[in-house]
Design a protein around this ligand. Sequence first.
Ligand SMILES: Cc1cc2nc3c(=O)[nH]c(=O)nc-3n(C[C@H](O)[C@H](O)[C@H](O)COP(=O)(O)O)c2cc1C
Length: 237
Amino acid sequence: MLSRREAELCAVGCVCGAVITALAPRVRHLFSRRVALKRRELPSSPHELFQRWLREAEARDGVRARALVLATSAPDDGATARYVLPHSFGDPIILGTNIRSQKARQLLVDGRCELVWRDGDRQVRIRGTAIVAGAADARSLQTFANLAPPRRWGVELLDQGRPIDDEAHDALLRRYETEFNPNNLTACPDNFTAVAVTPATIEFFQGGHPAYINDRFLYVRDQADPTTFNLLARLQA
Ligand SMILES: Cc1cc2nc3c(=O)[nH]c(=O)nc-3n(C[C@H](O)[C@H](O)[C@H](O)COP(=O)(O)O)c2cc1C
């Protein structure tokens, strides 16, 4: 039988153990990240390096570590940016959105865009051109089919970006609670589209140096063989 004091010490020990276990991967990650990048050690494919960084971030922070900021612009409203969570990180990168959203509208006017990913001191900038596929396109059908059932249901009901008052918003939540049925899902609605971003350049930045003497590398798509990229340069950070 433990005394009250011993029981308290045991409880404190358990809490400390749990905290150390939870923090260990983050602390280890902070130290491992200080390893400087050398040009000769980088893979020839920027996708390989990006996948590696994504895997490391995802192992620590879960799937949301894969979110990127998508920057678009069009003459009417200028530059805008928002997070997206791509469905596929192949070439092109595919994401899903509402076809009447600001991002989709801007990309239909000017497909040039940039995706920016960040994990701690690491940043990846993907500059390229996007195609807004449209609801009937196979890429949209596939992207919609890959959504989890509640998301498919929500995508169909939501009119992304349109103002809504509290009552109508609450009514949508109630409809979800009472009507959503994972066994009764509809096909890809007209308001959904895949956006396919084909990178022209992919830039990797790894910071953390006290004097900003950081690592920055630029890959550029090969003009003659568009299936490959060339590691063009180390840039000053
Ligand atoms: C982590 C995260 C991931 C997101 N992923 C998406 C996405 O994949 N597609 C999307 O349409 N909106 C996504 N959103 C919401 C957008 O950031 C944005 O609010 C919404 O798409 C409207 O943007 P727009 O009006 O500028 O087009 C995400 C938001 C966050 C915070």
